[in-house]
Design a protein. Sequence first.
Lengths: 716, 393
Amino acid sequence: MKQKHSIVKEIKRKITTLFSIFLLILVAMVSFALLEQQAALIQEDLKRKGNSLINDFKAQINELIYQLAPISEDYILSSLPNNLLYTQHAIKILTQVVDNNAMIKSAFINDGSIFTVEGYPFYTLKWNSKVFSAYTNQVLSEQMRTLKIKKRVVSMADINGSQTKEAKLFLEIPLRQKQSSLMRPYNHTGVLFLELDLQSFFEASENSGIISLKSGDLTLEGSAELRHDQTDYQDIIYSAVEDKIKLDLLLHRQYTPFSNDIIRAILLIISFGLILVALLVWYLRKLSKRLINPMLVLERHCDRLKQGNYVTTTHDFEFKELQTLQVTLNQLAKQIKLQISSLEHEKIKAQSSERAKAFFLANMSHELRTPLNGIYGVFQLMKHHSDAINTNELITQGMTSTKTLLSLLNDLLDFSKIEAGELKVETVAVNLIRIATEVKHEFIHTADNLKVPLIVNCEKLTSPYRLADPLRLKQILRNLVSNAVKFTSSGEIRIVMKDAGKLVSIQVIDTGAGINKATVDSLFKRFQQADPSTTRKYGGTGLGLAIVKQLTELMGGTICVQSEEGVGSEFKLELNLSICATPLLHAHQDIHAVPQLKDKNLLLAEDNPLNQKIFSAMIKPTQAQLVIAKDGEEAIELYKKRKPDIFFIDIQMPKKDGLEVCAEVRLDNKQIPLIAVTANVMSGELDSYQKLGFDACVAKPIDMKKLYEVINTLIQ
Amino acid sequence: MQGRLICTIFLLLSLHSGAIQAKANVSIDIAVGLENFDFQPLFEEFSAQTGIKINILAFNNNQLKSELLQYADAMQLPDALIIPSDYMGLSELRFSAIPSSWLADKLTLRVKNTSKVGGVIKGIPLMYGNHLVLYYNRSLVPEPITDLQHYIQQGHFKAPELGWNFYEMYWFITFVNALQEEVILSDLPHLDTRAMRLALSNYQLLLNSGIIDADCAYQCLMNRFKSAQLRYFVNGIWAYQQLKDTLKDNLAIASLPRWGGHQLISFASSHVLAFPANAVESEKKPHLKLLVEFMQSQRVQDRLWDELKALPTNSDSLDKLTKRKDIALIQLIASLNHTYPQPNEPIMAYIWEAILKGLTRYLGGVYSVEDTTEYMQFIVTKSQKNETKAQHR
């Protein structure tokens, strides 16, 4: 596995590297800038130095010419070409001229002949006099009236035949004798050539750089040999036009790109940079410690969390982010702790629920088996005994068991709807007294059998007509009364209704077994009964009061119980129900009456033969002509063939289910009443059937009254 | 009467002393060569006799000529010069023509010839000879060199043995004279000759032989010979007294040696008393005449050898010396037979300068021997031509 980096080390390394690179770039940029500046300064200095050197050179030469001009008419020297007796004295003069002038290296006289007249030092006599003779003859031929001391550059090749590109610079002083002639005031006898020694000039100019004095391709002796590409500065000292001699100054300065100043500056920057790097490293190390220590604390904290030790820490961290992280971890720990606590609670709850469900299932099994046993027993007895008296009683007993079973299933469905939040409360005008009376009538026979009077007290109910859901209200009251009847073996059961404005209070008071205080609190919980022994003794699913409480809350009311074991119980329901006017009475009896369907064609799609028989038996009183299809495809065929007035369709059928049949029929006819006959009676399913095109729905097992109500409603 | 006589005598004495006092205010400036002779005692004697003060201007012999020429330019020449007779040819010095009456009677023809330039007497011969001889130190060598070329070829010299004033043309001319009798023919220089080229070559051989030290000049050689560092020494007879005083009887004299069979021949000349800038025509003429008479007087001439070790021009004085039994003196006088008289023509001065310059350039490698002689001939001819032009102007 690839080893992971440390963030702090990474930051340290990256920052140090970046800073070093930045420093390096900075040094490079500064160096470059300094170098450019240095180059510009050097160039400027070179130009200035070059001008200065040229001026110096010219000044020195001019001063020398000024000093030596009188020698032009020196009698000895001017006489020497014509009288060699002056030789010794002339040598003395030449010696003095050379020795007393640092800028003169040698002096010699030429008279235009092939022989040098005299010279000092001796080596001048060895020079090729022909070249100087030519210059001398030029001067002699000119016979200038005014003194003109020329500069002359003579190559070493001409002087001594050497193969170098060197040359010497000479001053050419005409030697002349004054004579009393207007036309020719001077007699020119020869030329004194003075070889200039530029060493002192070069030495004095050493600091200016490497100097080269060039005349064309020739370089003056003593000066450096510089090529043009090595030259940093070049300018004219003497021009061929004005001075009759071409002489240029070439200057080259050997300088290191990085002068001491620049190197010092760069070293200073580098030193500062290194100090900064050192400081940075020191700071980063310190910072890393300041970061790592709290991070280690947090890490330990995380380890504790990982191990399930959800404690909080209260370290005072220096950095806000770490403090926030600590707070977050603490919150996380708290949250986890809370959630664990919640989960534990839920777990206990779930376990409890599981136990309740197990109990419920066991109970439910018992509760289902009890009415089924009644029904099954009735049918067995009816099969073996055809006694008419007993038959009616058995049928009544069977129907009661069937209703009990149906009620049980309805409770389950209601509870399921409530749990799923699918139960909707409708608001219509209801007569509270009538509801109480109807419930009383439902349980009066049972109560009478127990010799327990069931009394309805509505004297204090000033406004019996309220906006409410009559079905659910009746269900609540039915459950409460059912419980009272179930648990009261003596005394009485009283239904008391009161109101105060919108607030309606309904009390069901019995003198039954009562409930102990410990179980009162869990009385309204689902699958809960006061005592398991209660179930064994009285039966029941334990859903009744749970449904009551949830329906009450669904209607915006409250329910409470006061009970005392052995004395009785009092359930008090309080609802806010708006008062409404007395509604018009519908022909209620007509709706449940047997509909008159003579000459009407009815089509039933049902695959179950028993259900087919039951349905046929129920329809028979209506005198309608019923045709039955045993599956979906046959149903479609019969529909197309018979064109029924009402089409009853089971949902779950072979080949084509009821939904497909409905869809096909609706494609053909939008008017024909389609009634779903199904055991799928969950709220969502019923809604979907209506959206698909069903006009109504009849739940299985089929309640004849309900069936007739639906048919009557559709017919109307 | 007696008192009048005394007064008269006193007056005459006063006048005489006044005359001497008057002459004492007169002075004669004389330039002389520094190394040669010490004339100071003679001039003091002359001053004492005549009251004429002698201001001596002493010059180095090498500088004397150019110094004189320079003074000539400045019109500041002295009243008299004691110079080698060939200097009389320097026209720039404008020597006075001297009346023949000023010459002493006892001069030989050979000596008289040395007093003339172009047939005109330009100087009063005082001393004769001036020629070179070979001195040798008997304590070092028993015999003189007879053939110098042969001597050089014989040996390898670890140290110089012969004192030879190499760059002095008076010494060099002996090589020329050995091969060519005249350097002036019909008043024209005769330098670009085979003899001159041979002389230059031989002279270079002498230089390269190692027997001489060319850098050791006159006084250096004198010192070395005196201190017995040199076996032989070629010098003028004017050096005899100094050498004799030092070496005593170890000093021996011989004629110049030969060079490959050719006798080296020195010039002989007079030292003359000459008067530049036409001084004879000046107001100092009587004083100068007095000086001439004094210097030519028998008494002074007789003392020349003893006091200056110079051979007199007076034939009587020379005869007296000949009669002495002094071997060295006899050898000196005899060596005169191996000399050529030095030409006094003006051109000679140029020739001296020309051969010096030529020799220097030749030895310095400036010119070949042929170019050297051509160069000598050229510069002398040019100077002569220009002098002629100047004279015509």
